[in-house]
Design a protein around this ligand. Structure first.
Ligand SMILES: [Zn+2]
Length: 523
């Protein structure tokens, strides 16, 4: 019993509730709860309460709180020689201030301090008082405090699109003039570009990695390690599929800042976890891109979702293009069976929730399936080419005429617009020279501007449509090129297949729906 000690204690109960407390939502922190807990404690220990000091709505990060100051005043006047709080953080959240209070101020004023739920008692009568728990809590508060402060300032910077990571992504360096900005590392950027090109050529991660390794291209680990000089080839010379995948999927390369991908579990545990992509902090166009957006998103389409499980697995022509027609999830291709050298497709949704029977197997002999699909694709291509010929014959004269007319009109418009602008200049000067009145000027100006507006609009319209036509045409030319190449090949390459097929839906009843990248009913 505390009360049985010889000294007579006059207790100051201190209660604080902060508006911005993390635990403000907790009922246990409420004024009433703190008060009843502390009064109970005082009663159980036969202590005499001098007064209760309550700061409601004051932050613990500074000591400028009215009732806290009243408490200090009473301590200095000798009215209070014991302070009790629920826990140490009630006293303050600023560890330096709190530490000073407990380690210096209270002892100097012969005040005994108790934090009930933290089991802290700076009992002055007991010289063996173990301050270990107190230290532990102080350290903890300190770490929490600092980690919170660092975290929130990091977050703020990340939200501004400032680079705050440690190691820069492969292909970039920290700007020597601004450590929160990234600049291209030309040597590494060339490798990044090459990896994207290789992927577009249809090479698998594994093959890309192998080729780079064989050529002795320095790996990201090779650049970042200080040891690479001594045993570079041994430890850091080898490219891995995962590195290739990480590079190909990194949005940093299109100039967007992607941060907060990983975070520490908390300030106590060093362990780092991967964050959910929805928690990434992304700011667009913060640095120079290495890869243009079109290439990047094209590559994303080609990245099979189930790669990585087995790096050396067979590279199937249709990998990543197969979808379940019934449930919409991906269909993957299983490894080849040893006994009959066959491999089968399976709906991922079925495989994951086999017991719940959320979908059905969608099992097909892959090699057969591939044959069927290539055959249908061939037919689709042939019919597209035929239609294209017919369409071209019909439309050619028409579009040529049309195009000629459009270009002519555009020329006239450009001329007109220039004329109107010149006239505007003239009347303005006339006004300045008082050749025409303000009124006359306004009237003509409004008329000219209205005219200009109309012409400008028509110009934009025409220009856009001409550009659209050009784009459409070059796109179609490319498709025709792909199709001709595909039709001439005995075994099509994965690159061609990806350029021609968007997705393939496979139904349990063996129906197949091929969605091609070209519009096959566009006549
Ligand atoms: Zn399914």
């Amino acid at each position: 019993m505390l009360g049985s000690l010889n000294k007579i204690y006059n207790v100051g109960i201190y209660i604080r509730l902060s508006r911005e407390d993390d635990d403000k939502a907790l009922e246990s922190e409420s004024i009433t709860n703190q008060k009843s807990l502390l009064l109970q404690y005082v009663k159980e220990n036969n202590l005499r309460v001098y007064d209760i000091y309550i700061d409601d709505g004051y932050s613990g990060t500074n000591f400028d709180r009215p009732d806290f100051n009243r408490l200090l005043n009473d301590i200095e006047l000798g009215r209070v020689n014991m302070v009790i709080t629920k826990d140490m953080s009630r006293l303050g959240r600023d560890y330096i201030g709190t530490g000073n209070l407990i380690e210096k101020y209270f002892p100097e004023h012969n005040v005994r301090y108790i934090a009930v739920t933290d089991n802290i008692d700076t009992c002055l009568d007991n010289s063996n008082n173990d301050i270990a728990p107190f230290k532990a809590i102080m350290n903890d508060m300190y770490a929490k405090d600092i980690s919170k402060k660092i975290k929130s300032s990091l977050r703020a910077k990340q939200k501004e699109g400032k680079w705050v990571g440690g190691r820069t992504p492969f292909g970039y360096d920290q700007d020597p003039n601004d450590k929160n900005h990234l600049v291209i590392n030309e040597e590494q950027a060339l490798v990044v570009k090459r990896i994207f090109d290789m992927c577009l050529e249809g090479l698998s991660f594994f093959k890309i990695a192998k080729q780079l390794t064989n050529e002795g291209v320095k790996t990201p680990a090779g650049y970042y390690s200080f040891e690479w000089k001594s045993n570079y080839n041994l430890k850091y010379g080898e490219w891995h599929s995962k590195t290739i995948r990480d590079i190909l999927t990194n949005r940093m390369y299109i100039g967007d800042m992607v941060q907060n991908r990983r975070s520490k579990v908390n300030y106590k545990v060093k362990k780092v976890i991967k964050n959910n992509p929805k928690d990434y902090i992304i700011v667009e166009n913060t640095h120079e891109a290495i890869i243009d957006k079109e290439t990047f998103y094209e590559v994303q389409k080609r990245i099979p979702k189930n790669v990585g499980r087995n790096e050396k697995k067979e590279n199937h022509l249709l990998d990543g293009l197969l979808y379940c027609g019934d449930c919409g999830h991906r269909i993957s291709i299983q490894s080849r069976r040893k006994k009959d050298n066959r491999c089968y497709t399976i709906c991922n949704y079925y495989r994951t929730y086999m017991k719940q029977r959320l979908c059905t197997t969608h099992s097909n002999n892959y090699d057969e399936l591939e044959k069927v699909i290539i055959k249908s694709l061939t037919n689709m291509c042939l019919s597209y080419i035929n239609k294209d010929k017919v369409r071209n014959n019909v439309l050619n004269n028409l579009t040529e005429d049309n195009e000629f007319n459009n270009k002519k009109e555009l020329e006239i418009l450009i001329n007109d617009i220039k004329q109107i602008n010149d006239n505007l200049d003239i009347i303005y000067i006339d006004k300045l020279n008082k050749k025409i009145t303000e009124e006359q000027f306004e009237r003509v100006k409004i008329k000219l501007e209205r005219e200009l507006n109309i012409k400008q609009k028509r110009y934009n319209e025409l220009n856009n449509s001409i550009n659209d036509n050009i784009n459409e045409e070059s796109k179609n030319k490319l498709i025709i090129e792909y199709i001709n190449k595909f039709l001439s090949m005995k075994k099509p390459s994965r690159e061609l297949i990806i350029n021609l097929i968007d997705r393939i839906e496979i139904f349990e009843d063996k129906n197949i729906n091929i969605k091609v990248t070209f519009n096959d009913n566009s006549v």
